[in-house]
Design a protein around this ligand. Structure first.
Ligand code: GDP
Ligand code: MG
Length: 315
């Protein structure tokens, strides 16, 4: 699956963040706890890795109400191994939990906790991770619009949390990672990608294969399927989709399964959390994929270099 983001926008966001960095004390990066890696912001990862920013980063893992608690714990441990990173699992359903980030900000910037010198925290996140919801909880007001926002650049907002912390909302839209194909699928399954840009069948086939491998019991329980029968579909996951279609009465004229309908059911019920608390990636999966992505990028670069060399020879 290919998703077209706009490198121009990415570059602009990166520039704006870089400009703002000297005047902030730490970064709060909101991610989706179901996809802590795929919903992370590539700009921040790049700035942290290559440009040596030494600001603490709080990974606010939101939507834990939808995520697998065991995997969330694994992710926290994994993320905190990175230099300067603190992970805080939260759900917007528990405002008290979210507000813990204020205390964490103060602890991470002990040099700035007076009224005159408040902690300056920059909050960022790719669309749909719940950044606006979090800002509203922290400010105890409706400052940010929740839900569908048009993809326009807003002006940077400065929000005084009045507890020695000032929140700066990042301008513009931050795009998710794109180099890893698995990430595109997970972003689509989680709902981070607008439905108009997505082929439901393609995404649902990826989802059912993953669910069969990782959360077979939850799948069986939710759709009232026989787990032994499901297990036999491991290598032919489309048959599991057919089975769900038959059970849910997704039929077309002539008794054929309406695959489009089944695919939508699977994705929508996953997003609503109805199938269960399900995380779409683990640190071990990501470690493996990172090696594959690095190899793919290397090959791409080599091909490009070879093409260039060939072109020069011809001239
Ligand atoms: N289940 C669940 N949904 C959430 C949570 N936080 C936000 N949402 C929902 O996620 C969607 C996107 O939230 P929004 O704050 O607009 O995200 P933003 O694009 O990052 O600003 C909205 O439908 C929110 O109601 C959470 O912790 N759990
Ligand atoms: Mg928003």
């Amino acid at each position: 699956m290919t998703i077209q983001w706009y490198p121009g926008h990415m570059h602009k966001a990166q520039k704006e963040i870089k400009q703002a960095l000297p005047d902030i004390d730490l970064i709060i990066e909101v991610v989706d706890a179901r996809i802590p890696y795929s919903s992370a912001n590539p700009v921040i990862a790049d700035l942290a890795e290559n440009k040596g920013i030494s600001k603490p980063i709080i990974k606010l893992m939101n939507k834990t109400d939808l995520a697998d608690p065991a995997r969330t714990a694994q992710w926290c441990e994994y993320l905190e191994k990175q230099q300067g990173v603190k992970a805080l699992p939260v759900t917007a359903q528990s405002p008290e939990q979210v507000k813990k980030v204020i205390g964490l900000c103060r602890r991470l910037a002990p040099q700035r906790t007076t009224k005159e010198l408040p902690v300056r925290a920059m909050i960022m996140g790719i669309p749909n991770v719940g950044k606006s919801t979090i800002i509203n909880i922290l400010s105890q007001k409706t400052i940010a619009k929740v839900g569908n926002e048009p993809a326009v650049t807003q002006r940077q907002q400065r929000i005084d949390l009045k507890e020695g912390v000032i929140l700066f909302d990042t301008p513009g839209i931050l795009w998710p990672k794109i180099d890893n194909t698995h990430s595109s699928y997970r972003l689509a399954i989680s709902g981070a990608i607008k439905d108009t840009a997505l082929d439901y069948e393609d995404v649902a086939f990826y989802a059912i294969e993953y669910l069969l491998k990782n959360y077979q019991s939850l799948l069986a329980e939710h759709f009232k399927l026989d787990e032994h029968e499901l297990a036999s579909y491991q290598s032919e996951s489309w048959m599991a989709l057919e089975l769900i279609g038959r059970l849910r009465g997704c039929l077309k004229a002539g008794g054929r399964i309406d695959m489009d309908k089944v695919c939508k059911i699977l994705i929508h019920e996953y997003r609503a959390g109805n199938i269960g608390k399900i995380t779409l990636e683990s640190p071990a999966m990501i470690e493996k994929e990172l090696i594959e992505v690095a190899e793919m990028l290397k090959q791409k670069a080599e091909k490009k270099a070879a093409r260039k060399a060939g072109f020069k020879k011809k001239r």
